[in-house]
Design a protein around this ligand. Structure first.
Ligand code: SAM
Length: 347
């Protein structure tokens, strides 16, 4: 789909120590939102088959011939960092841990940008093999997806084994990561009797437990509409087990935070409600797929192709900048619909 150009705004900051073409300026969209977070998908492959995503229903390529190379990814992240003050990159997928070159990629990003925050969202299954190396490479934080603590149910939802994910969670702690945030997709009639249990499990490990509304994305949109549960209902369920006090949310946070406590435990709950309470006004993200597709909004099917920024192996910064500014300038005020599968975009 062709992206229509909408005027963008840039606020220049003088940096005498940079070459002219790398003068840092803010990346601000047509609605005045400053973009400084990147979600970078490193692969569209995944080792799970989650019912709300279902990689088996669409392309799950054994290899991705059209993918960006890791050198290109580092060049792109560095460009966004130096030119536009990118503050954080979150590595995602598909499942980032199935990407063979993940550790060297993260090490290269860290080496090139010591001050950039690097986080990753993962299903944790392969963390026992890679957690220590990832930590050494410079990965700072993890979000781990965990939709059920019941082995049979976990398998029904994801097609995989709960024990592996729990081992992955422990491996993250052993490797010295701060307590990972836990992501739970709230699914009516599937895991909606388990929210308090999941929260208590996370609290016991020092984790924030976040409940995500199922978004109607890609080929499983109808399934997700049926399984959808608004976070107001999640909060009511949690309220049967905990006293809930609202907390002040950090600027740009996608989650509304609550302090939950009862006689036996306490901790922080995050409610992420893209469907019932869109947080588009505070959005500061763009997304780049494994093949270089730039998605300014998760719930907008329009994308631009950043892979054309490399010609004969050389990165054309001016071209990349034009593509980025045009795409960000046209970032929708609010998301509506996404036909591209989540597994390609990365969440
Ligand atoms: N494979 C990794 C994982 O499991 O965390 C990273 C990619 S996954 C797309 C990122 C997050 O998006 C996961 O927490 C997953 O549960 C969530 N997710 C996927 N599809 C979703 C949907 N339709 N609605 C809400 N969350 C979704």
């Amino acid at each position: 789909m062709v992206v229509k150009s909408i005027p963008f705004m840039t606020a220049q900051r003088k940096r005498a120590d940079r070459p002219a073409h790398r003068v840092r300026r803010d990346l601000v969209d047509g609605c005045g939102r400053r973009i400084d977070h990147l979600r970078l998908s490193v692969t569209s492959r995944c080792d799970l088959r989650c019912v709300y995503c279902r990689p088996d229903l669409h392309v799950n390529p054994p290899n991705e011939p059209a993918a960006l190379t890791d050198d290109q990814r580092v060049e792109l992240v560095r460009f966004l960092h130096e030119r536009f003050g990118l503050a954080q990159v979150r590595i995602t997928g598909g499942e980032p841990l199935v990407y063979d070159n993940l550790v060297p990629l993260i090490a290269s990003i860290r080496e090139a940008m010591p001050d950039l925050k690097i986080a990753m969202t993962t299903n944790a299954r392969l963390l026992p093999l890679r957690a220590k190396a990832l930590r050494r490479a410079g990965l700072e934080r993890l979000n781990i997806s965990l939709d059920s603590l019941r082995p049979d149910r976990y398998r029904e939802i994801t097609g995989s084994h709960l024990a592996e994910v729990l081992a992955g969670f422990e491996a993250a702690r052993d490797a010295g990561f701060p307590a990972p945030k836990v992501n739970v997709v709230a699914l009516r009639g599937i895991n909606d009797d388990e929210f308090a249990e999941l929260a208590e499990w996370g609290f016991a490990r020092g984790s924030e437990v976040r409940f995500l509304e199922a978004m109607p994305i890609g080929p499983v949109a109808d399934f997700n509409r049926k399984a959808y549960m608004p976070n107001s209902a999640v909060r009511s369920r949690l309220g049967e087990h905990f006293a809930l006090e609202p907390l002040t949310d950090p600027a740009g946070s996608t989650a509304r935070h609550w302090f939950a406590s009862n006689d036996t435990c306490r901790g922080v709950i995050g409610l992420i409600s893209p469907v019932s309470e869109p947080f588009c006004g505070g959005c500061r993200r763009i997304r780049v797929t494994a093949t270089g597709g730039l998605y300014p909004c998760l719930l907008d099917s329009r994308s631009s192709d950043l892979s054309v920024s490399w010609r004969n192996g050389l990165f054309d910064e001016e071209l990349a900048e034009r593509i980025i500014l045009q795409a960000v300038g046209g970032k929708a005020p609010q998301g509506t619909i996404q036909s591209t599968p989540m597994i390609n975009i990365g969440g």
